[in-house]
Design a protein around this ligand. Structure first.
Ligand SMILES: NC(=O)CC[C@H](N)C(=O)O
Length: 227
């Protein structure tokens, strides 16, 4: 499988994402944000974590205008798999590819710690290797991770099984404790925790590996989905 990781000015988890998929034996190329086309053979695009454009205005608010984003939107429209991690999630939300908004953490402080999560839906492109309701641990590192959805939108995304992860103890004030969501079609996902930083026991945990294995499994026709 061929992955592509977009590099924005200020991305700092691009190489970690590349390492995560390459260590599973898959190929990965870095894509500069000023490019206007994606590589032809790419199967999954990852928007990595970091501080694109120094988080000016709002995290992700400037990066969403990077030239590559038109190609990423088209790729998503054509059913391509897109993953946004942390700042990548913020960029996807700002682009309108995912519902909701990301605001400053309730404490107004940057939080960097190991975080316990619940897998709310394991029948997706991104989570099919986890158990339903499995408790996992992934690192979080963000200042703007407070996910907001109004109640009506929450009812809608809940009904559509779009919520993938919730925090076991809401660290940042997110609506309904939501840590990760997908779009209605099921091919675009964003999450604040960092699976790419948890792919090796030497990094403190391996609970992130199954995200990448799920995508690979789905690509190879083995993943189960419920929308
Ligand atoms: N680790 C990250 O991607 C940081 C995300 C974002 N820039 C924030 O602090 O909220």
């Amino acid at each position: 499988m061929n992955f592509g990781v977009v590099v924005f000015p200020g991305s700092n988890c691009d190489k970690d994402a590349q390492y995560a998929v390459e260590s599973l034996g898959h190929s990965c190329q870095l894509i500069w944000h000023k490019d206007t086309d994606l590589p032809k053979d790419v199967d999954c695009i990852i928007l990595p974590g970091g501080f694109s454009y120094g988080d000016y205005l709002r995290s992700g608010a400037i990066a969403r205008f990077s030239p590559i984003m038109e190609a990423v939107k088209k790729f998503a429209e054509d059913d391509g798999i897109v993953v946004g991690i942390c700042n990548g999630f913020q960029i996807l939300v700002e682009s309108g590819l995912l519902p909701g908004a990301l605001m400053k953490n309730k404490s107004t402080k940057f939080i960097c710690k190991e975080q316990s999560l619940k897998v709310v839906n394991n029948k997706t492109v991104f989570t099919n290797q986890y158990q339903q309701d499995e408790s996992i641990s992934l690192p979080i590192a963000h200042g703007d991770g407070n996910y907001y959805v109004p109640e009506s939108k929450y009812e809608e995304i809940k009904k559509n099984n779009q919520i993938l992860f919730t925090y076991n103890d809401n660290p940042n004030g997110s609506s309904y404790g939501i840590a990760g969501v997908k779009n209605e079609k099921g091919n675009v996902m964003g999450m604040m925790p960092h699976p790419e930083r948890a792919v090796d026991s030497i990094l403190g945990g391996e609970d992130g590996v199954k995200i990448f294995q799920s995508i690979i499994s789905h690509h190879q026709g083995r993943g189960q989905q419920n929308g």
